[in-house]
Design a protein around this ligand. Structure first.
Ligand code: GLC
Length: 555
C-alpha cells in the first residue's frame, strides 16, 4: 500500500489498524470508593489521563461477576459486573464517556474456562457423573485401579496437576487454577453461550474483545498424555515459556472454527468491531493462523516482548513478524508489558539502565507499522515491585509456592500512583493500608502529578512519542525498509523516519536530519561541540537510546 502523507487522515483503514491501546488492569488503575480495589467509576474518572497521553483505545481486564481467585479471569457471570467493580450502568457510563473522548473500548473475554462458581459448574457438580450438566466441562474418571490418579499427565499453567478430583470420584480439567474449570468446546451449548455473550457486549457498544487464552479452547479430543510431560515446567506461568514441545492441550486446529464464527458475528455490527488474541503459540506462523482474513483481527506479538535486549534479536522479531503476518494478509501488533509478565524496565536490567532501555524499546516499537499495546504504569516508568510474600495473591504463586523461586505476577499489578507524597498516592480515597497490594514508599517521584510538565520524565516522553507517532509514524505506510543491524545498532526506515536504536556501549553518530523524538538525551560527539541547530551532525546517540530522525525519502 502506498504511504500516506504525514498528517493526512486515513479513512481507508479500520480504527484498530494503527491504534495504540492502553491496557487497564481494573483492580489497580483507580479506586472510586476507597475499598482499595480499582473499579469502573475510577476508570471513567481517569479517562482524561488516557486522552492526554494520546492513546486511541483502552482494553479493560475482566470486571464481570467473579470470586476473584484469579482476579477476574475466573468468571461466574459473563453478562454482569462484579459489585467490587461497579454495576452495568457504570460500564455503560464508561463506554459512553470513552467514546465522547474519542477512545475505543476493548473488553476481555474469558472463554477457555469459567469460574467454579458459574451456574453451569455448580450444576455439573450437583448432577453427578454422566449427566448432561457435566458434559459442558471436561470431567473424566481417574486412572489406576481405584481411579485415584489424574486422567492424564497435564500440568496446570499455575503449577501442580491440571486435574482436581471431586467428592464422587471424578476429575475435572483446569489448565489454570482449580477454581477455573475448562469448558468442553466440543459441546454446542458452549459456543451458543459465548455468541450471546459477544452480542450482549457488542449491543452495549464495546469496540472489541481481547480473547483470553485464545489458543486453549480445544484440546486434543482423546485428552492423551503430553509427551515429555512427566517433568513439571520450570516457569510457574508456563505459557510464557516458548520451547517447542508436544502440546495436546494448546493450539489445536479446531479452535479456528470458533473464531470464524465470532468474526461473522462481529461483521453484523457497524464500526469495525475487532478481536485480539492472547495466544501464546510456539512460532510466528502459528500466531499468524489466528489472524487469517476470516478469523481475528489481531494477535498479541509476544515474540517482541520475549526478545532479549539486543539489536539482532529485535531485528529478527521484526523480520519474523512481518513474514508471518504478511503471509496471511494481516497486520502486526507490538507489546512490551502486560499484567502477566515482569515489567520491561525491570526485564532490561532495572534501575537507570533498565528505564533507558525500556524507553528506547518503546520508541522503537511506536515507529513500527501496525498497532501497539501499552500496559498501565509503563508511561510512568514503573518497575516490577518485589511484593512481600504475605501480600502476594496471584494463584500462580499460591499454587507454585516459594520453592518455585518465582514470586508470581503481583509485582506488575500494584495500584497506580496518581499524586501526593505517600501511599495510596491518589489511587483512591481509602487509606494506604486499604490498597489490595501495598505501593512502594519510593513511588512519590513516579506519580502522574510529579511527572506532568517535567520534560525529563517518562510520562512526558510517552506523551511526546505518542504525539510524534500520530504526526509521523501512523501515516508513514505499512512497511519498514532498510532494516539493518550494524554491531549493536538497529536501524530501519519507515516513510520519512529513520529509526536508530543503540543497544551497544559506544556513542553512535547521528545521521543528518531533523531529530523528531529521542528516548533519552543526545550527547555531543567526541571533539565536536553540542549542536543546537537541530541538524544532528555533531550529536551522537548514547548507549540504550533510540531516536527518530526525519530524513529525505529513500529511493
Ligand atoms: C491469561 C490472563 C492471565 C490469566 C490466565 C487465565 O493468560 O492474561 O492473567 O491468569 O489467562 O485466565
Amino acid at each position: 500500500m502506498a504511504a500516506t502523507e504525514p498528517g493526512a487522515t486515513r479513512t481507508d483503514q479500520p480504527w484498530w489498524r494503527h491504534a495504540v491501546t492502553y491496557q487497564v488492569y481494573v483492580r489497580s488503575f483507580a479506586d472510586s470508593n476507597g475499598d482499595g480495589v480499582g473499579d469502573l467509576p475510577g476508570i471513567t474518572a481517569r479517562l482524561p489521563h488516557l486522552r492526554d497521553l494520546g492513546v486511541d483505545a483502552l482494553w479493560i481486564t475482566p470486571f464481570y461477576t467473579s470470586p476473584q481467585h484469579d482476579h477476574g479471569y475466573d468468571v461466574a457471570d459473563y453478562t454482569d459486573v462484579d459489585p467490587l467493580f461497579g454495576t452495568l450502568e457504570d460500564a455503560d457510563e464508561l463506554i459512553a464517556r470513552a467514546h465522547e473522548l474519542g477512545l475505543r473500548v476493548i473488553v476481555d473475554l474469558v472463554p477457555n474456562h469459567t469460574s467454579s462458581e458459574h451456574e453451569w459448574f455448580r450444576a455439573a457438580l450437583a448432577a453427578g457423573p454422566g449427566s448432561p450438566e457435566r458434559a459442558r466441562y471436561l470431567f473424566r474418571d481417574g486412572r489406576g485401579p481405584d481411579g485415584s490418579e489424574p486422567p492424564n499427565n497435564w500440568h496446570s499453567v499455575f503449577g501442580g496437576p491440571a486435574w482436581t478430583r471431586v467428592p464422587d470420584g471424578q476429575w475435572y480439567l483446569h489448565l489454570f487454577d482449580s477454581s477455573q474449570p475448562d469448558l468442553d468446546w466440543r459441546h454446542p451449548e458452549v459456543g451458543e453461550m459465548f455468541e450471546q455473550v459477544l452480542r450482549f457486549w457488542l449491543d452495549r457498544g464495546v469496540d472489541g474483545f481481547r480473547i483470553d487464552v485464545a489458543h486453549g479452547l480445544l484440546k486434543e479430543a482423546t485428552l492423551r498424555d503430553q509427551l515429555g510431560g512427566e517433568a513439571e515446567p520450570e516457569h510457574p506461568h508456563a505459557m510464557v515459556e516458548r520451547t517447542l514441545r508436544d502440546e495436546p492441550m494448546w493450539d489445536q486446529p479446531e479452535v479456528h472454527d470458533v473464531y470464524r464464527r465470532w468474526r461473522r458475528v462481529l461483521e453484523e455490527y457497524d464500526g469495525d468491531r475487532m478481536l485480539v488474541a492472547e495466544a501464546w503459540t510456539q512460532t510466528p506462523e502459528s500466531m499468524a493462523r489466528f489472524v487469517r482474513p476470516d478469523e481475528m483481527h489481531q494477535a498479541f506479538n509476544f515474540a517482541w516482548l520475549l526478545a532479549p535486549w539486543s539489536a539482532r534479536s529485535f531485528a529478527d522479531v521484526i523480520e519474523g513478524t512481518f513474514a508471518a503476518v504478511e503471509s496471511v494478509g494481516a497486520s502486526p501488533t507490538w507489546v512490551l508489558s502486560n499484567h502477566d509478565v515482569v515489567r520491561h524496565p525491570t526485564r532490561y536490567g532495572a534501575g537507570p539502565t533498565g528505564l533507558a532501555r525500556a524507553r528506547a524499546a518503546t520508541l522503537t516499537m511506536l515507529a513500527l507499522p501496525g498497532s501497539a499495546y501499552l500496559y498501565q504504569g509503563e508511561e510512568l516508568g514503573l518497575e516490577q515491585v518485589d511484593v512481600a510474600p504475605e501480600h502476594r495473591q496471584d494463584p500462580a504463586w499460591l499454587r507454585s509456592g516459594p520453592e518455585s523461586g518465582d514470586p508470581g505476577r503481583d509485582g506488575s499489578r500494584v495500584p497506580l500512583p496518581w499524586k501526593g507524597s505517600q501511599p495510596p498516592y491518589g489511587f483512591g480515597p481509602g487509606t494506604a493500608e486499604a490498597s489490595w497490594i501495598p505501593q512502594p514508599a519510593s513511588w512519590h517521584a513516579h506519580t502522574v502529578a510529579a511527572q506532568t510538565d517535567d520534560p525529563a520524565s517518562t510520562l512526558e516522553f510517552y506523551r511526546e512519542a505518542l504525539r510524534a507517532r500520530r504526526t509521523w509514524a501512523a501515516t508513514a505506510g505499512e512497511r519498514v525498509s532498510d532494516l539493518a543491524v550494524e554491531g549493536d545498532v538497529l536501524r530501519f526506515r519507515r516513510g520519512p523516519l529513520l529509526v536508530v536504536l543503540n543497544c551497544g556501549p559506544e556513542v553512535v553518530p547521528l545521521p543528518a536530519g531533523e531529530v523528531l523524538v529521542s528516548s533519552g538525551e543526545l550527547v555531543p560527539l567526541d571533539g565536536s561541540p553540542a549542536d543546537s541547530e537541530g541538524t544532528g551532525v555533531s550529536r551522537g546517540l548514547p548507549t540504550d537510546c533510540a531516536v527518530w530522525v526525519r530524513v529525505p525519502p529513500s529511493r
